[in-house]
Design a protein around this ligand. Structure first.
Ligand code: ADP
Length: 555
């Protein structure tokens, strides 16, 4: 590549364009929202209980107050500031207050074990942590495990100050009270670090992904395309996906970028609470992992309620079950949009938007494509490689390692020793996938969860999705168990809905004809619990520990 100020060998000097140098920094997104969509509302279910209403103009002013407060506390460019908080307007203010001044907003995942949270805060070198009342007791009791943390700011007022809290604890409303609402933002390179998010550690030690202003700004523009999430100013967006889970899939940037109305569920993500917000705030678009939607559908069934006004739900994080796609369409006329991504891809990597050809098909014929993880938007490139590094065909059948490349994809981890991309700039996602002739990628497994049987691969995800569609099943998981003849064979674990009974044969008959015969699980176990990890995905590591010594009847 020819660099600035260099001359191509034997050629002309590089000619630069003559457009403005306008660094793509995310403070400009909130400036824009305040200036052009100032009255558009942000509604939060507060941690204290009541629903709180504010708007982009007010959030902008308070975010600037946060910047002043941080500067007074000694935070400088590049310092890490943690947040351990639900999705609320306060959390948005803190995000922009940190990022706008060029410090790094580090979202901590409260669903992790306290030791892990504090380990991550210390590894990141967080100076200050902003937290909700919910997590304050845990954080304060464990603070000695993260020596880097000097102060804790609790996102509430003096009336809620925890008893016995020391001098290192500041209440948020006191911290920002009376400070100017016009701090200076920006003025640094768009390559400046902006956000830090650790992967949930399902594949080993947590690793820090350090987003830049540029990568977040570009991710915002990418997700705003019609065929991606395609937000509009007219949308009312319910952000169930947590801000601590890969940037809430970018919605905390894309909503202000277009001036959408933002609806934030705070600490309550149960079916009834979600449904109440959806109805009262006329929500048109929402985003969450599949388990949230399963909970909502169960609540609607039990309460005999319905949904109106909702147009689209974006589902990702794990594969969307067919029953959810069909239920939303048939019962409420809602389009489910299936997306794939990871912390390392900011997070959006692919999306299953219908193409012109597929749009012509009846809904039933679209289903196989709607269940795939979809196609990459401009700015993201994907490909499949075999173990020798050979590129694999897009035939919808050949499994390979999914590789991804682009300006919103990680290059190396925070404090990592080396780059994590190959010579051509692709990052190995750790996912195993196929790509069909229409360009739709389908995740068949995590590389470490794939079941190797007789030299071939069995997709645990595909079996569990079909099994979860059994009318009596609430959740299903498939793990591979060692087998002397075949190497590994699948074991199906099923958690039944409350009050239901079923037999092994019921489940196996349900799978018959839907999967290859040799994929049929060797055994079915009915369990009380299928554990979910900190990002809402089935915790296969724990399942293997619990059921790894189960004796298969085929042994
Ligand atoms: P972690 O890697 O720590 O589990 P992430 O939230 O970054 O946390 O998870 C990314 C992974 O989640 C992907 O690599 C993939 O395995 C899985 N995933 C994300 N979206 C989907 C989806 N739509 N279908 C199947 N798997 C998905």
């Amino acid at each position: 590549m020819v660099k600035l100020g260099e001359t191509e060998e034997g050629g002309e000097a590089l000619m630069l364009g003559l457009m403005q140098d306008f660094p793509l920094t995310v403070d400009k997104i909130l400036d824009h929202a305040a200036r052009w969509h100032g009255d558009r509302e942000i509604i939060s279910r507060s941690v204290e209980g009541p629903i709180v209403r504010t708007n982009w103009r007010t959030i902008h002013g308070r975010a600037k107050q946060v910047t002043h407060a941080l500067q007074t506390l000694g935070v400088r460019l590049g310092d890490r500031v943690g947040t351990l908080a639900w999705n609320t307007a306060n959390h948005i203010e803190v995000w922009y207050g940190i990022m706008g001044m060029g410090a790094v907003c580090h979202t901590l995942n409260p669903r992790l074990h306290p030791d892990q949270i504090l380990w991550i805060a210390d590894h990141a070198g967080d100076k200050i942590i902003f937290t909700d009342l919910t997590f304050a007791p845990m954080l304060l009791a464990n603070l000695h495990k993260a020596p880097s943390v000097e102060k804790v700011v609790i996102l509430s007022d003096e009336a809620h100050r925890p008893e016995g809290a020391g001098e290192n604890v500041i209440m948020y409303e006191t911290l920002i009270a009376g400070l100017p609402t016009d701090a200076v933002w920006g003025g640094f390179s768009e390559l400046t670090a902006c956000g830090l998010c650790y992967t949930s550690g399902t594949t080993g030690d947590p690793k820090g992904v350090l987003y830049s202003h540029r990568s977040n700004f570009l991710h915002t523009l990418i997700t705003l395309q019609t065929d991606v999430i395609g937000l509009s100013q007219r949308d009312s967006v319910l952000v169930v996906v947590p801000m601590f889970h890969a940037n809430a899939w970018g919605l905390a940037f894309s909503a202000p970028a277009v001036g959408a109305k933002l609806v934030l569920p705070g600490p309550r993500m149960d079916g009834a609470a979600i449904h109440e917000l959806m109805t009262c705030e006329k929500v048109t678009l929402s985003a969450a992992v599949p388990t949230v939607w399963q909970m909502l559908l169960q609540h609607l069934d039990a309460a005999g309620e319905t949904i109106t006004g909702l147009k689209r739900v974006v589902i990702g994080g794990s594969a969307v079950p067919e029953a959810i796609v069909r239920s939303f369409k048939a019962r409420f006329g809602v389009d489910v949009v299936h997306a794939w991504g990871m912390t390392e891809t900011s997070p959006l990597g692919t999306i299953a938007a219908m193409t012109a050809d597929l749009e012509e098909l009846p809904f039933d014929d679209q289903i196989p494509y709607r269940l795939k993880q979809g196609r990459p938007p401009v700015g993201v490139d994907i490909r499949l490689l075999d173990d020798e590094g050979k590129t694999l065909p897009h035939d919808g059948a050949t499994f390979g390692r999914l590789m991804v490349k682009g300006p919103i994809v990680v290059k190396s981890y925070f404090k990592g020793k080396a780059d994590v991309i190959d010579q051509e700039g692709y990052f190995d996602t750790g996912d195993v996938a196929t790509i069909d002739q229409a360009g739709f990628m389908q995740i068949t497994d995590r590389a470490k969860d794939v079941i190797k049987s007789g030299g071939e691969w069995i997709s645990s995800i595909e079996i569990e999705n079909i099994a979860a569609g059994h009318p009596k099943a609430e959740l299903a998981a498939v793990i591979g168990l060692p087998h002397p003849k075949w190497d590994e064979r699948p074991l199906l674990l099923v958690k039944l809905k409350a009050g239901q009974t079923a037999t092994k044969q019921d489940l196996l008959s349900f799978l018959e004809g839907k999967i290859a015969k040799w994929w049929t699980p060797d055994d079915v176990l009915f369990v009380d619990d299928i554990p979910l990890g900190a990002t809402g995905k089935i915790d296969k590591k724990l399942l293997r520990a619990r059921h790894g010594d189960h004796k298969l009847p085929t042994l």
